[in-house]
Design a protein around this ligand. Structure first.
Ligand SMILES: O=P(O)(O)OC[C@H]1O[C@H](OP(=O)(O)OP(=O)(O)O)[C@H](O)[C@@H]1O
Ligand SMILES: Nc1nc2[nH]cnc2c(=O)[nH]1
Length: 186
């Protein structure tokens, strides 16, 4: 299969949120999240690779600026594998930090059908986490999200289209675009 180039994707996409809008959304989220950890406990901050990386980094700085320390670890669970529709979830890396009795904060780029974050959240609970909060840069608006998962903190809401940029890939391309784009007319 020939993979369309990033330039071709951009030609048939439009920009939903620019960098300034996304940075403002992350700052707003940081305020909310800071208030949710008012008890002084240091959460275990889990970046969901790969797509969550840019968002997680920016959110971490915004939280640090507000006096919330974080212990970092990461995981990689993927079900899209560079494609534009999802299939079975594959764990490529599990976090090594013990979670028994810990509060966990998950940072990911997008909550779409929810399979990924549901599985990740359940796994953290199985490892003994006492609380798992979910922060996503984007939430996709449709009624296909699985039961049992919701984002506690959302940056922006995106239409029901394939989106890319700001961590999210178009066939493994475009993750470092500093904006979110949607394919098609949405
Ligand atoms: O809500 P869902 O429908 O499960 O989709 C959301 C997940 O899909 C993407 O990961 P992907 O599998 O593309 O892996 P990647 O982050 O390495 O690109 C994204 O980073 C989320 O983790
Ligand atoms: N890049 C990207 N990854 C996703 N994972 C789930 N939905 C999406 C999407 O719309 N774009």
């Amino acid at each position: 299969m020939t993979v369309p180039t990033l330039a071709e994707a951009l030609a048939s996409a439009h920009r939903l949120f620019d960098r300034a809008a996304l940075e403002a959304a992350i700052v707003r989220m940081a305020g909310e999240i800071r208030a949710a950890y008012a008890d002084g406990e240091v959460p275990l901050y889990l970046t969901v690779m790969n797509g969550g990386l840019p968002f997680a980094a920016q959110l971490a700085f915004a939280l640090g600026e507000r006096g919330l320390d974080l212990e970092f670890d990461y995981l990689h669970a993927t079900r899209y594998r560079g494609q534009t529709s999802g299939s079975g979830l594959a764990w490529l890396h599990r976090p090594a930090t013990p979670m028994q009795g810990r509060k966990v904060l998950l940072a990911d780029d997008i909550l779409d059908e929810g399979h990924t974050l549901l599985a990740v959240k359940q796994w953290c609970e199985d490892q003994g986490a006492v609380e798992v909060r979910v922060a996503v840069l984007a939430e996709k608006m449709h009624d296909r999200c699985v039961e049992g998962i919701a984002a506690d903190h959302v940056g922006v809401r995106v239409p029901d289209a394939y989106v890319f940029g700001y961590g999210m890939d178009f066939h493994e391309q475009g993750r470092n675009l500093p904006a979110i784009y949607a394919l098609g007319d949405h």
